[in-house]
Design a binder for this molecule. Structure first.
Ligand code: AMP
Length: 289
């Protein structure tokens, strides 16, 4: 049985998805950019490169078993799929934004008849319905930011990450509709099939191990045995550092531990202060708990 996985073919979610699955040990080969489906040798896995917006629909219909896409486009598609892993990248929010000098931006008040340009019509309609406001949705495929300038709409409902696109177009964020990030979704049908859900679970575990390793380093150092208690205070690690005897080096031990990037500088400097030698820091590709 071949498992079918979809990943975004371009845009913000593509590059990181390819990096993630490659680091997880799923090789797409060198020519993945030109091919829209790739048979991964030895894994019984076929990877399809599809538009992020279409992935929820194909996962829902069972055309593919699972995939990586955004929570925003999944919610917009209104499909019944299982979200099985948050990937922690592609973070953005769907927000209402209005021209900086408009009444809406100044007061935050939105009234019946408001015209909203968006490529997320369903989520936007739902939002205004929940507020009891009758909104006129102007559907656009992209570049919603320009619509108030053209007089086509009073405000927009669009994705915001850093907010710089809004600022460049003199728009002010008025309200957040939803927060989003990349995620793994799976079809209910595939998850109900024990053989498929088992293999999807295995791939999701591999992806999780890459995410767990991000922002961490592996630190190794030779430490005088009598300074071990100090070393343990400096690098607590996951459940304490691993301590190993060094052959032929009496009075010394090797300590090894996983350390967050943010504390790596301090850890190395403090280890040096207690007389550690041969201090190494290494990137970690995967961390399987
Ligand atoms: P920014 O200027 O960083 O706020 O980014 C806003 C622009 O990037 C808008 O055109 C968005 O449509 C697009 N964008 C931001 N984050 C994402 C995302 N996670 N997925 C797709 N498009 C995004």
């Amino acid at each position: 049985m071949t498992l079918k996985m979809a990943i975004p073919n371009k845009g913000r979610l593509n590059e990181k998805a390819v990096e993630l699955i490659t680091k997880a040990g799923i090789s797409l080969g060198d020519d993945w950019g030109r091919r829209l489906n790739i048979n991964v040798p030895g894994l019984g896995l076929e990877v399809f490169l599809i538009r992020a917006q279409d992935i929820p629909i194909f996962v829902d219909s069972g055309a593919v078993d699972f995939g990586i896409t955004g929570q925003d486009v999944t919610a917009e598609a209104g499909v019944r799929v299982k979200e099985i892993l948050d990937l922690g990248y592609g973070r953005c929010r769907l927000s209402i934004a209005a021209p900086e000098d408009s009444e809406i931006a100044k007061s935050g008040v939105m009234k019946d008849g408001i015209r909203v340009a968006t490529s997320f019509p369903e989520l936007t309609k739902k939002f205004f319905r929940s507020k009891g406001i009758k909104a006129d949705i102007v559907f656009v495929q992209g570049a919603a930011e320009i619509m108030p300038m053209l007089g086509v709409s009073d405000c927009i409902s669009d994705l915001v990450a850093t907010g710089s696109t809004l600022r460049m177009n003199r728009l002010k964020e008025v309200q957040v509709i939803m927060e989003s990030q990349a995620c793994v979704i799976a079809s209910e049908k595939a998850m109900a099939d024990p053989a498929k859900s088992d293999r999807i679970g295995e791939i999701v575990d591999a992806l999780r191990s890459v995410i767990s390793a991000e922002g961490k380093k592996y630190v190794m150092a030779d430490v005088p045995r009598d300074r071990l208690p100090d070393a343990e205070k400096i690098i607590p690690g996951i459940g304490g550092p691993t301590v190993v005897d060094i052959a032929g080096k009496e009075g010394w031990v090797a300590v090894q531990a996983v350390v967050g990037n943010e504390s790596c500088y301090r850890v190395v400097a403090d280890l040096k202060k207690i007389g550690a030698r041969g201090i190494l820091t290494m990137p970690i590709e995967r961390l399987v708990d």
